[in-house]
Ligand binder design. Sequence first.
Ligand code: G6P
Length: 611
Amino acid sequence: MCGIVGYVGSRNAVPILMEGLKRLEYRGYDSAGIGCVVRGKLKVVKKEGHLANLEAILPEGLSSTTGIGHTRWATHGGVNDANAHPQIGAGGKVAVVHNGIIDNYDALKKRLIAEDVAFTSDTDTEVIAQLAAKFLDAGDDPETAVRQTLELIHGTYGLVFLFADHPGLIIGARNGSPLVLGVGEGEMFIASDANAIVRHTPKVVYLDDGETVVVTADDFSTKDLRAAVVDKRVETIEWVAADTDKNGYQDYMLKEIFEQPESVARAFGEGGRLVPEFGTAKLGGLNLERRDFFDIRRVQIIAMGTAYHAAMIGAHLMETIARIPARAEIASELRCRNPIVEKETLYFAVSQSGETADTLMTLREIRSKGGRVMGVINVVGSTMARESDGGVYVHAGPEMAVASTKAFTSQVMSFVLIALLFARMRDLSLSDGKSLVADIGLLPDLMRRVLAQAEEVRRIARKYSSAASFLYLGRGPSYPIAMEGALKLKEIAYVFSEGMSAGDVKHGPIALVNEEMPVVMVAVKGDNLEKTIGGMEEIRARKGRVIAVTNVDDPRITRIAEDVIQVPETREALSPLLTVIPLQLLAYYIAVELKRNVDRPRNLAKSVTVE
Ligand code: G6P
């Protein structure tokens, strides 16, 4: 986690860095800082808390053509000004910003202390700054000093260095944490994420692990660990900067919830992915030969957080539509079991950012054992997208709110397409395929109809906003939706909530139900409806306050439930794309009611790049 940004050119770096940090703040917001070179000296300003705190103390007229910036999500060392980045080496000749964790920092720190180096922070990062300072003092040029430092540190890092004696130069290094270089006209940018750069240039170079980049205003040179030059491709990215604005919404999360009809339409529409005449989907990025579809016996899907809930729905779709045994796994759990990788299993890694360390490391583990991993990823050019054997971009566009919404529905839609493709390659009939394609096409309008009920959801949110805890229940494809609804509420409203299978609740958790407990139940038309209604009766019999999200007009539901949120009907397999929306809105409005910072919930970061 943490966001890093750097600039070298002819403009004033300060506003560029601050604007870049704004776009990266989703990666962490415990503290922020910038460093630049002013008349041969490093000027570092850093402050605990949100970026606004840093903005408030920036000296007026601070100007420099070279600088680095950082927004922090604390790992080593508490949240305070001293532990904020940039960290500076003794003598004030070098400053560094870091995203990642240095595993051997303790041993290195002890060694440096024994050599009389005085530390000013509790961070692992300061070790990097102090080592680089030592090498510079010994007469190394900046590139050699950085290289020598990298040889000593073990761990994960995205790093950008700045040097007092070399204005017009920054050096980046990557191992396990993303870094992307933006190539402008007479100016260069570097950042954890292209988001911080797109406003200035669409031309980017993605660094790979083990690479360093020496950057000046007009040039850059990338090298590997052995200092051999690596030729990198300059890619052009398509995002327009306006995508990352709030467009008049109060926060990114609400904007992104309301964008879902369009983002889901992109997930199935981009590049003509639906083929109505053959009732199938075209997903060229999977790189699968026709006979692969017969050889695949199982599917395993790995992910974390919200993406894991999409993975659960993905597994459900692969089984019910494509009839392939499939299961979803929390990536970090699979990794700690030493995964059994099988030739006939096709693996999928689902991730909005494409950078989540738990998922990425598991992807690497599976691939190192010969497994084939497909990415279902939002961020184009992200590490997972580049390291997987193929995959599907979900095309949700930049997602800025920490709590994921539109990426989730686009991930689910991507699995609908994957399942449809596999099904048609195996035993789904043409007419059944055509009927599914037709139903998919209706979804954006149905989503708009759900969104039109936002005011009603807001009323319900107000009514229940003082409840101490919530249960969310669902069956079949609504089970992951219950989990996702509960996660949203935890994440942004800090209200304890538990999402679980409506079948499992009676095996223990029902003991929690009393007249104070709101129980959100998702009940959709299909195989699971009758049992879900039965479950509602059981909750009501124990005086639980049922809030039903349903697509059926059933008098039993209106009788049992205290509040009903009606969503349009669609087939059960597609229902998660509609039922999740009221749950996103419910969490959102409860959080607003409780005066939470919706886009930047406490303790979280959007992209968790540490394991
Ligand atoms: C973090 C975020 C979650 C997100 C998860 C997976 O924990 O706070 O909202 O779902 O990471 O992120 P990914 O980018 O891999 O989808």
